[in-house]
Design a protein around this ligand. Structure first.
Ligand code: BGP
Length: 479
């Protein structure tokens, strides 16, 4: 039996525009929702400010200055042996307010130069259209994706970059973690791709579902347009899969697990099957949610289904209805609580560490959709210590990645799951999305910058750099 990964397996690394580029207000770029997200950290949540507020520190303004340093970084990626680099295009670098008739040529040129530099070094760009950022003006003028007027604006952006880079990029994804409608804090707001500030008297669940449906329509429409521009494009969705296990074999725990997983599967069901699933229509009915979707929009969904499923995997979750187990009450599944899994440990940020869960997701998702999969995020955020001789001994990160790659290989060579590639998250240290911290480090390349923005931005190779180089060189044999 062949126990190896395919020879053309796309070993790579992942970053995102708003977490790496910086250069937030130069060469014609307009502010994005990421530019008004303050730093959090040490348990303090990030918040979206209304506009850029004097005196606040915004970590995404400079990030790691990838915009000016990408050639140096790509030399390091080449040394690693990367076959692909996943990144995103900053929408407001192309259309500063999202509403211009003509795109910003300086923005388009930056990505031309970036993709050319990648290709020159044997690295294939894998591109996400919207990675948790939309032009801030779209939030100000339309209130974010809950407003259907934003759908054609996104499609115009997609058409522009599909056409501009049609000979440089094959693998695309539309919305990063479209199912991860991350909550902000007071005032309640939802950022990620929806970019909304929801006031207390508004129905959050209805707005989040409406924004999600509008994004799904925008995604399908973009897929359609992309295929007209280049029929060879491979356009995927991008999901955050966090499998929710039943805490016990009590049948009610199984049902709670099914319902919890439906909250995520809803999005990929629409991306892949082109229909709103019955279980979601029923949920909206039971909760009295009025979600607007016209017959024409349903037709767009049917025509714009995806070619593959990109997804992030970091952790699994656990749910129970048993009364005597401590946990956090879920908002939408009656008498169900999210609880700790007693069989696994967690990171410093409380993210459960469950490599076997990756094999479970690969099998479950492939069996559900029968499409190729692409792991476009998997990584271990940790506090790294710099030694006096500028070394970083990140064995914990090597162990986390090794265990996940072992399970990924089982899914491919033992279970027969077709997997396009693996791009560990934060191939280089970048700004954490959830906490805004630089010190929640994922990279195999260290960047000298701390949570308050101080540092030289010098790049250093961690121990995991040489380890991953070996993994790629041996196509996953040497772990
Ligand atoms: C995913 C996002 C990435 C990245 C990752 C790690 O949800 O797609 O952008 O941020 O999470 O999360 P964090 O940076 O909060 O540790």
């Amino acid at each position: 039996m062949n126990r190896e990964l395919p020879k053309d397996f796309l070993w790579g690394g992942a970053i995102a525009a708003h977490q790496a580029e910086g250069a937030w207000n130069i060469d014609g770029r307009g502010p994005s929702i990421a530019d008004v997200m303050t730093a959090g950290g040490n348990g303090i949540p990030r918040k979206i400010t209304k506009g850029v507020v004097e005196g606040e520190y915004y970590p995404n303004h400079e990030a790691i200055d990838f915009y000016h340093r990408y050639k140096e970084d790509i030399q390091l990626f080449k040394e690693l042996g990367l076959k692909c680099l996943r990144t995103s295009i900053s929408w407001s670098r192309i259309f500063p307010t999202g509403q211009e008739e003509t795109p910003n040529e300086q923005g388009l040129k930056f990505y031309d130069d970036l993709f050319d530099e990648c290709l020159k070094n044997g690295i294939e760009p894998v591109v996400t259209l919207s990675h948790f950022e939309i032009p801030y003006a779209i939030y100000e003028d339309f209130g974010g994706f809950a407003n259907k007027a934003v759908i054609p604006l996104f499609v115009k952006f997609a058409q522009c970059v599909f056409d501009r880079y049609k000979d440089k990029v094959t693998y695309w994804m539309t919305f990063n973690e479209i199912n991860n409608q991350a909550d902000g804090q007071e005032p309640v707001h939802v950022w990620t791709n929806s970019a909304m500030i929801i006031e207390d008297d508004q129905d959050k669940e209805a707005l989040v579902f409406q924004a999600g449906v509008n994004e799904l329509i925008a995604s399908a429409w973009a897929v359609n347009e992309g295929k007209k521009i280049n029929p060879d494009f491979q356009i995927g969705c991008m999901m955050a899969y966090v499998p929710i296990y039943p805490y016990s074999c009590a049948p009610e725990d199984m049902i709670a697990s099914v319902k919890a997983n439906e909250r995520r599967f809803f999005y990929s069901d629409v991306h892949v099957r082109g229909e709103i699933p019955t279980y979601t229509e029923k949920y909206w009915e039971q909760k009295g949610l009025t979600i607007e979707i016209s017959e024409k929009e349903r037709q767009i969904l049917r025509q714009g289904t995806v070619d593959y499923i990109g997804f992030s995997y970091y952790m699994s979750g656990t749910i129970t209805t048993l009364p005597d187990v401590e946990g956090r009450q879920t908002e939408d599944i009656p008498s169900a609580k999210l609880v700790k899994n007693p069989y696994i440990t967690a990171s410093d940020w409380g993210w459960p560490i469950d490599p076997v869960g990756l094999r479970y997701v690969l099998n479950t998702v492939y069996q559900r959709y029968d499409l190729p999969l692409f792991i476009v995020e998997n990584g271990f955020g940790a506090y790294d210590q710099l030694t006096d001789s500028n070394e970083i001994h990140d064995d914990y990160r090597i162990n986390y990645l090794r265990e996940h790659i072992e399970q990924m290989k089982k899914a491919v060579v033992e279970d027969g799951v077709p997997l396009i590639g693996y791009t560990p998250w934060g191939i280089i240290d970048i700004v954490s999305f959830g906490s805004g911290e630089m010190e929640k480090r994922y990279g195999m390349i260290y960047v000298d910058k701390d949570n308050t923005g101080n540092g030289t931005l010098q790049r250093l190779k961690k121990d995991s750099f040489a380890w991953y180089q070996q993994v790629i060189e041996t196509n996953g044999e040497q772990l």
